[in-house]
Design a protein around this ligand. Structure first.
Ligand code: M6R
Length: 609
């Protein structure tokens, strides 16, 4: 949604904040700003645009002070203007805040405050918070914040500073992520770990209705009644270099190339003597797992596509009925769930508001909830009964890539684990499937190192406005994911369809301007039918880009372009097939001079409903 970073210590705050914002820009990039306190005065600089544009207009380096807050915005209430950019300030220029979330009763509060003489400068919901704090200020910023929070309905992660108390930085959280970073003689707050990883790997995850009072040498966490809470300090094992571009032009390209490593890390420690072992990570014993008679998977966006692939895996191999739901719809249609239902929630960020709400709905109905999450310690990982982490490392590019493939890996591991427990596959078959799985990172590495001409294929999209992606079976969610990637980063209208559905409508769109990606890897069920679908596209003049299995010469004769992937199990081939689609989207965007890391209107983590 938006990114927040705050600092208190002995170093120049503005430099640390600006550097941190660059690492949080994936959360919001329509405007940004910094506030520092210098000699008991509040200094604020902010403007609209991406950070690199703002940097050309403002010299943040000239802002002195050792305490400050900063923000990169993704607009919800109020247009993208300088006035609406954060930080916001009270009328006396004494208190400043940054905010992520939505204040639902802001209109009512604003009217009340205006009557009391407060003057508003922006159209944001956020500004009411700073006025409300000022209204309650009586010498203690901590106390004033606590009083103000009691009057607020909605979600917030807040960073607050006060010119009269320059030795304090206040943070507060409800329903929007916020962490506290613990340094030596300095402390931080941030929306997400990458912003502070360079300075510390010790963090405290704030929970709902908690406040943190930071000084340079101390951090105290309190509840909204001011009572001290003792929280666990987590040590983050992400390497700070993973949050840098490492020579790649964009995070998206770097993250596509990181997939073999991310998959290896996700497999690490989970395969033992030719078997999958997830027992230590699951809060369900074998008896409980046997009793599950239905699985519902909830997720949004790319994670929802992973869920569809998971449905295919679990039904095909573990023989358990699975339904996939958009997390945003789940709680609004009274789903039938009971104690024998396992609800799996998939999320890269672990903070997606809709997915979090779906978990709460499922728990209310006594389902057991398993989450598949990338961000350690995130809200979803904490609220679920069990968590299986994907070890993709920090994903900065807004378009999800390595998170998706590692989600597929975890779903596959879970499928094999369940298949063993429920005896739907024999031990020998499982051993064989695991053997093929182990080879996957190397196969993907080869795919990424050899130049297979995907950049040239992407040139086709230069002057196109529409695109289709077709796939069957487990390749249908891959087609959806290919279409989503292209839409997100190149703004080309794209649709994914089950290949056979094409003739029920979308075929009307096909002409010589329509590139159609067809996922045509070999399987026992649908390969021949997919060849038929390719013929149907060709007969109408469409351009066919086939993703095919190495050695398939037949397909060369009918497709315009073929991208080969190594021969492996059908299910695993889908994990390889998505890689050329990610690259296609990346190059289609860069060919159009678009920045794939910061697609318009999008934010990495959608923490509002
Ligand atoms: O963090 P989550 O996996 O819960 O996020 C879900 C979606 O918002 C996310 O996958 C989104 O669709 C991405 N932009 C896809 O590239």
């Amino acid at each position: 949604m938006c990114g927040i970073i705050g600092y208190i210590g002995s170093r120049k705050a503005a430099n640390i904040l600006w550097d941190g914002l660059k690492r949080l820009e994936y959360r919001g990039y329509d405007s940004a700003g910094i506030c520092t306190i210098n000699n008991n005065h509040i200094l604020i600089e902010k403007d609209v645009g991406k950070l690199e544009e703002i940097q050309n207009k403002i010299n943040f380096n000239s802002m002195n002070g050792n305490v400050g807050i900063s923000h990169c915005r993704w607009a919800t209430h109020g247009k993208v203007t300088k006035e609406n950019a954060h930080p916001h300030c009270d009328n006396n220029n004494k208190i400043s805040i940054v905010h992520n979330g939505i204040i639902e009763n802001f209109q009512e509060l604003k009217e009340r405050l205006i009557k009391k003489g407060h003057k508003f400068k922006s159209m944001t919901d956020t500004e009411v918070v700073v006025h409300l704090i000022a209204d309650n200020y009586n010498g203690s910023i901590e106390e004033a914040t606590r009083k103000a929070l009691k009057q607020i309905d909605g979600s917030y992660a807040l960073g607050i500073v006060c010119a009269n108390e320059p030795d304090k930085l206040i943070a507060a959280r409800n329903e929007s992520p916020l962490i506290v970073g613990l340094g030596e003689g300095e402390n931080f707050i941030a929306s997400d770990v990458p912003a502070i990883l360079k300075h510390t790997n010790k963090v405290i995850y704030l929970d709902n209705n908690e406040m943190a009072v930071l000084t340079k040498d101390n951090v105290t966490i309190k509840n909204n009644n001011g009572e001290i809470i003792h929280k666990k300090i987590a040590e983050i094992d992400w390497d700070s270099e993973l949050a840098e571009k490492a020579g790649y032009r964009h995070f998206m390209l770097k993250e596509i190339h990181e997939q073999p490593r991310a998959i290896t890390e996700t497999l690490n420690g989970r395969i033992e003597n030719g078997n999958i072992n997830l027992a230590n990570e699951l809060n369900l014993n074998e008896g409980e797992l046997k009793r599950i008679n239905r699985i519902i998977i909830v997720a949004c966006g790319t994670s929802w596509h992973a869920a569809l692939a998971g449905e295919f895996m679990l039904e095909e191999l573990a023989k358990i009925p699975v339904e996939v739901e958009y997390a945003s719809e789940f709680r609004y249609r009274n789903p039938i769930v009971n104690e024998d239902t396992l609800v799996i929630a998939i999320s890269q960020s672990g903070e997606t508001a809709d997915t979090l709400a779906a978990i709460r709905e499922a728990k209310k109905k006594n389902a057991n909830v398993l989450s598949i999450v990338n961000a350690k310690g995130s809200s979803i990982s904490r609220e679920a009964d069990s968590v299986l982490y994907t070890y993709a490392g920090p994903e900065i590019g807004v378009a999800s890539t390595k998170a998706f493939t590692t989600q597929l890996i975890v779903l596959y591991l879970f499928t094999l684990y369940m298949s063993n427990i429920r005896n739907s596959l024999n031990k020998e078959t499982i051993r064989d499937l695991i053997g093929k799985l182990r080879k996957l990172p190397l196969e993907m590495e080869t795919l990424l190192t050899e130049d297979k001409g995907i950049k040239k294929i992407a040139d086709i999209y230069k002057d196109k406005n529409n695109a289709l992606f077709l796939g069957r079976g487990i390749n249908f969610p891959i087609a959806l994911e290919g279409a989503l990637k292209l839409k997100e980063v190149s703004y080309i209208h794209a649709e994914g369809y089950p290949a056979a559905e094409m003739k029920h409508g979308p075929i009307a769109l096909i002409d010589k301007n329509m590139p159609v990606v067809v996922l045509a890897t070999k399987d026992v069920y649908t390969y021949k039918k997919v060849l038929g679908n390719i013929q149907e596209v060709k007969a109408r003049g469409g351009i066919v880009i086939a993703i095919a299995t190495e050695g398939d010469e037949e397909i060369r004769k009918i497709a315009d372009y073929v991208f080969y992937i190594p021969r492996t199990l059908y299910i695993l081939s889908s994990i390889l097939s998505v890689v050329p689609l990610q690259l296609l989207a990346y190059y289609a965007a860069t060919d159009r001079n678009l920045d794939p890391d910061k697609p318009r209107n999008l934010s990495k983590s959608v923490t509002v409903e």
